[in-house]
Design a protein around this ligand. Structure first.
Ligand code: MF3
Ligand code: CO
Ligand code: CO
Length: 273
């Protein structure tokens, strides 16, 4: 399918959906404590999206997915299916929320820590967040999609971490997953499609403490590291603007990592929420 370019009105609709996804993550944060199950987290998010936001949790029934959010704990890389798993002190958890409102999707995920976590786990979470922003910094018309992956891979490997190759970011809009595929790795600059004003897609690098290899669990969804070492992921939905990038799921209190502002120059559009 061709890449669809969005109008400014469509981008505002996506920003609103992204705002709702952020509200869900803000709401659920205080519940992410030792003793809660990932099923309980899923139910609270589901009820909030449906009853309070009057919106729809995009993952539910998507290609048969049984839950409303993804919860990926420790060595789970992505698409962790909520279940009876009880969170315990020291766990790290990615919660991935996609909300559909007024026909448009907004997709974002964050890492949460349960109580006190190891320094190694915290460092991985920080490196993954820096990788997300290294990717975002490459988004502007005239750059190539592969420049996003190149920046992410270079940053991850400079910190002795590995980029998962088997899953990628995606175009988003009226569809949850549209073209293009957004790889989080590249061997050189200038690979892939040219970025054009009006493109909207996610950047969601999965960064492993050990090797990049992953495997799929028998539930058909949950992806884990082969070496059982930790994995971390953050995700934003972005739009390519006339001269840079508009992070549609940006939070007013969000801090762009200093290592990124120091090393990359990029034009970030103002946000509304
Ligand atoms: N939100 C995930 C993403 O970032 C996709 C979840 S699809 C599901 O693309 F079916 F696994 F929920
Ligand atoms: Co997501
Ligand atoms: Co996504």
């Amino acid at each position: 399918m061709p890449i669809t370019l969005k109008t400014l009105d469509e981008i505002e609709s996506m920003r609103y959906a992204g705002h709702l996804a952020n509200e869900v993550l803000d709401m659920i944060g205080p519940y992410v404590k030792a003793g809660i199950t990932t099923n309980e987290i899923d139910r609270i998010c589901h009820d909030y999206i449906v009853n309070v936001q009057k919106a729809f949790p995009s993952p539910l029934y998507y290609k048969g997915y049984p839950k409303s959010i993804c919860t990926s704990v420790n060595h789970q890389v992505c698409h962790g299916v909520p279940g009876d798993k009880v969170l315990k002190e020291g766990d790290i958890v990615n919660i991935d929320v996609t909300v559909m409102k007024n026909g448009y999707h907004g997709d974002t995920s964050r890492m949460f820590t349960v109580g006190k976590t190891s320094i190694i786990a915290k460092r991985l979470i920080d490196v993954a967040y820096e990788c997300l922003w290294a990717g975002i910094s490459q988004v502007k018309p005239g750059n190539h999609l592969g420049d996003v992956g190149y920046a992410i891979q270079r940053h991850a490997e400079s910190k002795s971490c590995a980029v998962v190759r088997d899953y990628c970011g995606h175009g988003i809009g009226r569809d949850f997953h549209e073209d293009p595929q957004v790889l989080h790795h590249a061997d050189k600059h200038g690979e892939g499609d040219l970025l054009c004003t009006g493109m909207t897609f996610t950047i969601e690098p999965m960064i492993n403490a050990g090797k990049c290899d992953v495997k799929l669990l028998p539930d058909g969804w949950t992806v884990v590291t082969k070496d059982h070492k930790l994995s971390a992921q953050w995700e934003h939905t972005v739009a390519v603007t006339k001269d840079g990038v508009d992070v549609l799921t940006f939070r007013p209190d969000e801090k762009i990592p200093q290592v990124i502002t120091a090393n990359y120059r990029f034009s970030l559009f103002g946000f509304r929420w």
